[in-house]
Design a protein around this ligand. Sequence first.
Ligand SMILES: Cc1ncc(COP(=O)(O)O)c(C=O)c1O
Ligand SMILES: Nc1c(O)cccc1C(=O)C[C@H](N)C(=O)O
Length: 415
Amino acid sequence: MNLTDVQALDNRDPLAEYREQFKLPENTIYLDGNSLGAMTTATEKHLQHVISQQWSQDLISSWNEHNWIHLPQTVGEKIARLIGAGPEQTICCDSISVNLFKALAAALALAQSHDSERNIVLSTKDNFPTDLYMVQGISHFLGQHRCQLKLVEESELQQHIDDKTAVILATEVNFRTGRRLDAKPLVTAAHEKGALVILDLAHSAGAMPVHLDNWRADFAVGCTYKYLNGGPGAPAFIYAAKRHHKAMTQPLSGWFGHARPFDFTPDYQPAGGIQQMLTGTPSVIAMAAVDSALDVFEQVNLDTLREKSLQLGDVFHQLLKEHNLDKTLTLISPQQREERGSQLSYHYEHAYGLCQALIQRGIVADFRAPNYIRFGFTPLYNSFEDIWRATEQLRQVIAEKEHLDPRWQQRNPVT
Ligand SMILES: Cc1ncc(COP(=O)(O)O)c(C=O)c1O
Ligand SMILES: Nc1c(O)cccc1C(=O)C[C@H](N)C(=O)O
């Protein structure tokens, strides 16, 4: 496959025009949108307005005049379309970790209201650590009789569901391998055995279609700083299926989750719906960034997005093969495209050095301990030519042995 071939793919790409809405650095090919998404020009402009008009001039009146007060809901509804959620079930707030605390507590209470013996939270050994840490925290807090973490292989989740299982906490796309699990049959199997399901959509939202309502997921969480391009540390989201709204409770009962926060009454009374998942004052500037970043998705067909994401991965791996590098770098992502998220991960002894040497050449991928390099594909701003150029640089780095430079012996604190 040569440069002309990939340029032909770009010419036929229905999403190619979206790239110009993003502010990407010159001479850089950014394959790390699975960690931190790029900024849109509209976001930069909107943030300028929020700072220099809404905050600086309109001050406190902005809570009403600029609808700051409803940002968690309005942003939540924009996210809802991307995750297959009907209205009033998704809200933007806090971080994934904090939202997991709320979802886990709510799901455990719901499961135990039917059967107090159910105490197992079933998850996967290779889940993103914060997901497991949050269960461990709740387990300490409530005691093992109310919450006990059980870890199994991703491929064996379903077979471990039994009448002690209260909640299954599964991440749809594994952060390390990029493997995508099939959520719908998992939810069906869980419900048949009386368990609830929480899905972590960190690597799914904005990268592929998600169908929470259709799958009948109970709760979901996700971030906005990856494929949704909301910015570093941007607020996350939480989804709770409407059928749980009446009965659910969550223990971070801050005033923003109160039915009438501005009555300032001494007793907590939860708001009726998804608003109950709010805790404290939203981070307005950060949420304003997410709000405008999401507008880029307004006309995007998620099936088209998914097809391009998979094709970017196919072309990347094909080019590695053509450079005879597929034996040097061992693919740990699934070979089957429909089992993949929007990244390809490789095991390589010198993964850290390779990642750093590529960054020196303007190709940004990322490293995950102990020896993995990940290439994230963001269909709205990555082109097929990017993939060709990135694999060409990768070939040169290895041929020139730049990845073995002693400078890469010492790892950066954030990798
Ligand atoms: C699957 C997954 N869950 C959670 C997180 C992080 O959660 P938080 O928003 O709390 O930092 C990440 C990445 O940072 C992730 O990849
Ligand atoms: N959330 C991150 C951060 O605050 C600093 C650096 C990286 C991240 C990440 O998003 C890591 C990411 N979830 C991963 O898939 O590895």
